[in-house]
Design a protein around this ligand. Structure first.
Ligand SMILES: [Zn+2]
Length: 274
């Protein structure tokens, strides 16, 4: 998940000292430098944007918050059968969490206490929907660990380590940008809960609501369209086809506010996991 560029612009204009205001000035392609042309072609072959690739431990981050492991890059990934030309709607990956009903555990390590509170709130949001997929925060040994790492100053707030695998299990990590100043000096717990809920959304198979037109939430984003991404983008029935979906928790960029599940989000979550 990334911070909205429009918001960044706005906070520069009013000269406030908000997080990462001045950090969005560089062109998106700068972080691609230093990545080998072989890796760039592999990322391209999987349908991801090659702009702004970030090298991280064990792989690469593309499109701001999607982790591709070095190993996974060399393998062909399955592609969803129902790829369609979308607008701002709800989309899921080909692989979903299986073996329902099921409780997925989540732990927070190496982060400020506020992230534990934020994770508890995110867990409560999901569990309030009474889905067959439940979340539970544990101290350690979890299926998904929320941890911190320096994800750079480009406005990236967090990332999931991908999407459900072919066996129906979630990726094992969510990384929060631990670079000082990323979230300002006094972030709201509910905003951070929204970020956790968003990254958890990826781990259970949600694409960005506006994956086909990131400009909708990001203001400016290059590229605009994330494409199939090698993981599929399957429309979730009963979520809106035409109208925009303001406030969805799975929009690509945050506006810095709390985004509890809106009615379409709930429809989508229930469709997949009720
Ligand atoms: Zn995201």
């Amino acid at each position: 998940m990334k911070i909205n560029a429009k918001n960044l612009l706005a906070c520069v204009v009013v000269s406030t000292a908000l997080f990462s205001c001045q950090k969005e000035n560089k062109t998106p392609s700068t972080t691609t430098s230093g990545i080998s042309s072989e890796v760039i072609s592999q990322i391209q072959a999987q349908g991801f944007s090659t702009d702004g690739i970030i090298k991280v431990d064990g792989g690469y981050v593309v499109e701001n918050d999607i982790f591709l492991s070095t190993e996974g890059l060399t393998k062909a990934m399955s592609v969803g059968p129902e790829l369609r030309v979308p607008d701002e709607e709800q989309y899921h990956t080909t692989n979903l969490i299986t073996a329902l009903p099921r409780t997925i555990t989540i732990a927070v390590t190496g982060l400020d206490a506020i992230w534990t509170a934020a994770t508890d709130s995110a867990v409560a949001r999901y569990n309030a929907l009474n889905l067959r997929l439940k979340l539970q925060r544990v101290a350690s040994g979890a299926a998904i660990t929320v941890t911190g790492a320096d994800l750079g100053g480009g406005g990236v707030l967090g990332q999931s380590s991908g999407f459900p695998d072919i066996n129906g299990n979630p990726p094992n990590k969510i990384t929060i940008n631990s670079r000082p100043g990323t979230f300002g000096t006094n972030p709201s717990v509910q905003w951070l809960a929204t970020i956790i809920a968003h990254e958890v959304g990826h781990t259970i198979g949600f694409r960005h609501t506006d994956y086909a037109n990131r400009n909708y939430s990001c203001g400016f984003s290059f590229p605009r369209n994330e494409g199939d991404g090698g993981v599929g983008a399957i429309w979730i029935p009963k979520t809106p086809k035409g109208p925009k979906d303001p406030g969805s928790w799975m929009l690509a960029c945050t506006d810095g506010t709390n985004r509890p599940f809106n009615p379409n989000d709930i429809t989508a979550l229930r469709y997949l996991y009720k």
